[in-house]
Design a protein around this ligand. Sequence first.
Ligand SMILES: Cc1cc2nc3c(=O)[nH]c(=O)nc-3n(C[C@H](O)[C@H](O)[C@H](O)COP(=O)(O)OP(=O)(O)OC[C@H]3O[C@@H](n4cnc5c(N)ncnc54)[C@H](O)[C@@H]3O)c2cc1C
Length: 278
Amino acid sequence: MLSQLGDDAKLLAGGQSLIPLMKLRFANPKYLVDLNFVPGASYIKESKGSLCVGALTRHAELEHSAVSAKIPIIHDCAAGIADVQVRNRGTIGGSVAEADPSGDWAVVLSTLSTTISCVGKNGKREIPLDQFIADAYTTALEHDEIVSEVRVKLPAKHSGGAYLAFKRAAPVYPTASAAVQLTMEGDICKDASIALGCVGLVPIRPRDAEAALRGQPLNPSTLARASEAAERAADPQPDMRGSAEYKRKLVGSLLKRAIEIAARRARGEQVVAGHIYA
Ligand SMILES: Cc1cc2nc3c(=O)[nH]c(=O)nc-3n(C[C@H](O)[C@H](O)[C@H](O)COP(=O)(O)OP(=O)(O)OC[C@H]3O[C@@H](n4cnc5c(N)ncnc54)[C@H](O)[C@@H]3O)c2cc1C
């Protein structure tokens, strides 16, 4: 249908980004191609060491899934998006396809080795997430392709993650956010993967912050080095949510807290975490 209808057509999934844009007249598609009628597009399953999530899977389904109990960073993200109404409608496929710089999923998925499956009339493409999201609101999708699946490599043993986002109220996007996935070897951080949200046009990977943790014990001075490196890597824009300097400090402090929670989870502790409200 997308091929037949051309540029006048737009896909509709949960409608939680598209419909508000249409109400504001920022989007005026002539045709809506409703994915909700496609059978079998919503699922959560494990296969060959990966977690496979159908594009039409709702945030709420992920929030309440067994997998989010197993991979807590998934729960932190899914349970914190907006409010229950948005989570009941909004989909993971819609979120990655929208590539909103303030969206939560792309930040979390950036720490987890994620591949996006895209299907079009010319077949299927597998695109690593960092190549899929090209810029703010811009992805590698062709007009007549859809996101069919989000695939995440299951985290290694002794690894734990956390996602913290700071926001003023439930139905607004975060001011800044930090996701971290750590693999521990005793008290030493063997590997670290970090992504920062709302402080750039796409999720920012602060490589110096990851390097500051790798091979180190997670003590206050290591955490301070990682947090300072994250602040340097952030590239926030001032807006009604705060000045650039404020967001820079905020993201550094969110990262510090997220590292502490991720390390405790990597040790097998059950730690409740998620979005933090002003
Ligand atoms: C009040 C409010 C607060 C919100 N707060 C947050 C928040 O804090 N954090 C957050 O992350 N999100 C937030 N959202 C957005 C929400 O998460 C959306 O669900 C999500 O961004 C888009 O998913 P959707 O399924 O609703 O997509 P839709 O709105 O249906 O579509 C969004 C875009 O993606 C395209 N699309 C949809 N599905 C596919 C697909 N499978 N393949 C290719 N293209 C596709 C559509 O054509 C459209 O361009 C909020 C939304 C609202 C209304």
